[in-house]
Design a protein around this ligand. Sequence first.
Ligand code: SF4
Length: 111
Amino acid sequence: MSNKTTRRQFLTRAMIAGGVVTTAGIPIRLLAQEQVAEDDPLAVSMGYKHDATAVDTAKFPKRAGEAGANQFCHNCALFQGDADAEWAPCAIFANKLVANNGWCNAWVAKA
Ligand code: SF4
């Protein structure tokens, strides 16, 4: 076995040392997920807001009233993170990140 370091090994070690890739060799950039933009056409059509209190309840009456005021991404069945996670993926938005205190019209209570 050769003691020579290949170019690939060198680059991988350098990137790990620099925090660019995980030890499994997966680039961090590929693991980082994008946040849903409030002006994304799907987000607009679903009434998504990072801050649920900013939802237009005239357009989205599901979030109106006492029951609606208790609806947030963090207590939605589609929030794919711990209830205290600041951001977590949501299947409605192709697993882009939604805010803990966000909301959209697809909200459904966690079982
Ligand atoms: Fe938030 Fe649930 Fe809407 Fe996803 S489906 S954006 S978790 S309220």
